[in-house]
Write a protein of this length. Structure first.
Length: 388
């Protein structure tokens, strides 16, 4: 690398001056890269659930959170916060209890509304930007329609019960309320869990032998692609990033559940391990390849409260128990993750249901790199002024 102290400014000043914007971008890029590498190091914690009737369940790329609140009259409605979990909240009211599941960078929220208030008719909805104009989405003839993901363009994915009472993976195209059934691997059930901005969808499909495999829809133009397993019978795909790195959970040969990550392009499965726990499952991945999920003593409902959240570094490297990095109070531990964005922010909850927004704190090396870049640009500007 050329040291700036060795450059003879008398002959190169004009060219260096023209290159300043480019050099600035390089400096900024290096700083951001270091910030991503620090995303699994330390965090600031913001406690969100100041009321017992608040539930937070989704996080987008600008730090907005979505949740549900029960008022004094037992009405349930959804809300969207400002960036970084701050108020004021945008309220979404519909005819029935409103429960959300995902939010995109434009503030479009998707979820379910209990139309009759009985829990027997759950219909899908999607809002416009920043929660405006909620609209119901069509289903497949069954009593439950559940959207689980939405990309920046407004493509919604999820699952819907059909007239045979079986769940099927579906998509709703932007500005359309019609559910479109996705292809399967030959089984009778399927579910779409997440979608990226390249319109690649991941989820699970049943196979003709009765097993369930992680799948991706739309890869290389294919209707559906089987992602396989880690050696066990079943697997599922729960998250995907821009580079088509997929994460989820797969049974291994001994029957335990292990978190996995694929290479870009949804190639192969790499076992992320369990940190000594009985099971693990990966739920989210951001564009740096940072993965978040849960460590479990069992896969039944009774084991849920014993779970711990894990986080990795870029490309799934260096899995750690998030509770070794963050303390949210004496006797409390983080046991569920609800969202991870490209800034490394995490939406998590503890065993009592309290929610927290965790924001990564860059390492000292990141700030040193940024300050060094600013110093270089300052010196170059001073030389330019002296030369003119």
């Amino acid at each position: 690398m050329t040291h700036f102290s060795q450059i003879r400014f008398s002959g190169l000043l004009s060219r260096v001056a023209k290159a300043r914007p480019f050099l600035g971008l390089i400096t900024l890029g290096v700083g951001l890269l270091c910030g991503n590498q620090a995303s699994a190091q330390s965090y600031t914690s913001l406690r969100l659930s100041e009321q017992n009737n608040d539930l937070y369940y989704a996080l987008n790329n600008i730090g907005q959170l979505a949740g549900s609140r029960v008022d004094n009259f037992n009405n349930t409605y959804a809300f969207i916060t400002s960036p970084d979990g701050q108020g004021p909240n945008i309220l979404i009211r519909m005819q029935g209890s409103v429960l959300g599941s995902a939010i995109n960078a434009h503030g479009q929220l998707v979820g379910m509304v209990d139309v009759g208030g009985t829990g027997l008719d759950l219909q899908a909805f999607v809002t416009g930007p920043q929660g405006e104009n909620p609209q119901l989405l069509g289903g497949l003839g069954g009593d439950i329609t559940s959207p689980l993901g939405i990309n920046r363009a407004g493509l919604v994915v999820g699952r819907a019960r059909d007239s045979d009472n079986k769940f099927q993976a579906v998509q709703w195209l932007p500005n359309s309320s019609s559910a479109e059934r996705l292809a399967t691997l030959g089984g009778s059930t399927s579910a779409a869990q997440a979608v990226n901005d390249q319109w690649l969808i991941v989820g699970t499909s049943g196979r003709s032998d009765g097993s369930n495999h992680a799948v991706i829809w739309g890869l290389n133009g294919a209707a559906i692609t089987d992602l396989g397993t880690l050696g066990g019978r079943n697997s599922s795909a729960l998250g995907i990033n821009t580079w088509a790195q997929v994460v989820g959970g797969s049974r291994v040969a001994d029957g335990s559940l292990h978190a996995y990550i694929t290479a870009p392009g949804a190639v192969g499965m790499t076992d992320l391990g369990t940190l000594g726990w009985a099971h693990s499952r990966a739920s989210y991945i951001n564009d740096s390849g940072v993965v978040a999920g849960t460590l479990m003593t069992g896969t039944d409902a009774a084991s849920y409260l014993d779970s711990h959240v894990f986080i990795t570094g870029p490309n799934g490297q260096g899995m750690v128990d998030l509770n070794s990095l963050v303390s949210v109070g004496e006797g409390l531990y983080l046991n569920e993750v609800w969202g991870l964005n490209d800034s490394g922010q995490l939406l998590v909850s503890d065993q009592n249901g309290w929610s927290y927004l965790l924001t990564p704190v860059p390492e000292a090396a990141t700030w040193s790199m940024l300050l060094a870049g600013l110093l270089v640009l300052t010196l170059m500007e001073r030389r330019r002024r002296q030369a003119t």
